[in-house]
Write a protein that binds this ligand. Structure first.
Ligand code: AMP
Length: 443
């Protein structure tokens, strides 16, 4: 179709977005915090592929969950194999644990990830079709002290990001699979004859996953959930003791929590501990993250029975909350120096100077096009640089350069060979962006 207005301008598909430089400053900061806290606690980083065989997710997350029944990006490859973009990472990490014989490693194996995920969700505030999560997995041991450590690490990360006080830790236990099966039956029976009050989703979930009816957000479903039989009346002794012990550890560490019997989490694979960090004002709707124990998952994916606990939190929501709380992150992209020049001879002097400045850790941009000095200075202003170096015909002849303080509008002339050392002093050693590839390699 011909179009007088020129070629079509593309937009991102619904629910996905570019991460522009300003937001990358937040991403960088969050990654730093997560890496630092995880390293301190002995966690190692893992990255699983962006796509896995669809069955990895179907088998672990469960057919009846929203994720598997409606939200997966599933496609066939050229050989007709069904693959899915990962909607979460626990299933892939557990697949990797089994595939790489991690049961031979010292247990528990403690891993963390920082990864993009994909869900065909209805896009809205804080809910996208591609989003980033940080996550923790502690695989290979069943002890409430591990659940406590997982929650503590999640809490510390929120604290370091300056957003911990915006969230409330909601805590529950959903017992062993046996206890849950009995309770599920009781719940199913309770919901019989209540079709007219249930939303479409709950009607669908009632027979296969009745626990999910407890955390439905629809008003009528919530009223029914309030009156439903309580999980605590059906819990097994082991789970109750496990939960009491976990709470005593959290108390010991001074981590506040709110017990919430209706918290069940959306995925099938949880057992015993489940927890979420809810927004104090908006509740579950804008939870920053959640997790729990998944003692049966390794076996479900073909490994030996292996207990585990994990947590995942959304980076976009972290950033949104940091912005609300006016948390400012370091802006490492800011330039120190702009080099302006006039004429071909000056340009010849500028190119090596720019490189020398950069080697010294001074973030430098050069105006190497043909613009007039006035325009170059305007550009320097737009970049917000504190210093500009000017080299014109006179400076080339004299072997000098002008250093201009952009804020004050003052300037001084210095010998060419002193430009780098003078600027280093002005910028200050702690602000320089130095790096030595050798150091990076061997540190
Ligand atoms: P989940 O894996 O569903 O328990 O989600 C854990 C956290 O990931 C949530 O609390 C959110 O912070 C984030 N998250 C989950 N789904 C999305 C989404 N569609 N868009 C943005 N963030 C999400």
């Amino acid at each position: 179709m011909s179009d007088n207005q020129g070629p079509k301008r593309f937009q991102t598909p619904k629910g996905v977005h570019d991460i522009l430089p300003k937001d990358h400053e937040y991403h960088t900061f969050i990654k730093k915090v997560v890496r630092h806290r995880c390293r301190q606690a002995g966690f190692k980083r893992i990255t699983t592929p962006i796509f896995e065989f669809t069955d990895v997710f179907k088998r672990s997350i469960g057919d009846e969950t929203d994720i598997v029944s409606k939200e997966m990006y599933t496609f066939e490859d050229k050989k007709g194999r069904s693959l899915t973009l990962k909607p979460e990472s626990t299933a892939g990490v557990v697949r990797a644990y089994i595939q790489n014989n991690m049961q031979e490693w010292p247990q528990p194996v403690e891993l963390y990830y920082i990864e993009p995920h994909f869900r065909y969700d209805r896009p809205q505030k804080g809910r996208y079709r591609q989003f980033w999560q940080i996550g923790l997995e502690l695989i290979g041991e069943s002890d409430p002290a591990l659940d406590a450590q997982c929650i503590q690490l999640a809490h510390l990360i929120n604290k370091d990001l300056g957003i911990a006080d915006r969230f409330e830790l909601q805590l529950n236990t959903i017992g062993t699979p046996e206890a849950r099966a009995e309770y599920s039956q009781v719940l199913s029976d309770y919901y019989v004859g209540k079709d007219r009050s249930l939303c479409e989703d709950c009607l669908r979930r009632r027979d296969k996953n009745p626990l999910r009816l407890l955390d439905c957000k629809a008003e009528d479903c919530q009223i029914l959930a309030d009156l439903a039989p309580k999980m605590s009346d059906y819990l097994d002794k082991e789970s109750v003791e496990f939960h009491e012990e976990l709470k005593s550890y959290l108390d010991e560490m001074g981590i506040e929590y709110k017990e919430n019997e209706r918290l069940v989490r959306g995925l099938d694979y949880y057992s015993k501990t489940v927890f979420e960090f809810w927004d104090k004002h908006e509740g579950a709707q804008n939870a920053i993250g959640g997790g729990g124990r998944y003692d049966g998952l390794v076996e479900l994916l073909g490994g030996n029975p292996t207990p585990a606990v994990g947590y995942a939190a959304g980076i976009e929501r972290m950033i949104a909350n940091m912005k609300i709380s006016k948390v400012r992150v370091p802006s490492k992209d800011n330039l120190h120096v702009f080099v302006a020049q006039l004429g071909t001879e000056a340009k010849k002097k500028c190119l090596p100077l720019i490189q020398d400045l950069r080697e010294a850790g001074i973030k430098t941009m050069g105006a190497l096009g043909k613009g007039a000095i006035k325009n170059q200075l305007r550009l320097a202003d737009k970049h917000g640089v504190p210093w500009t170096v000017l080299i014109g015909i006179t400076e080339v002849r004299d072997g000098t350069a002008i250093i201009r303080n952009m804020e004050k509008g003052t300037q001084e002339t210095v010998p060419m060979e002193k430009v780098v050392s003078t600027l280093k002093k002005k910028i200050g050693a702690k602000n320089l962006d130095t790096y030595s590839p050798g150091e990076l390699l061997y540190s």
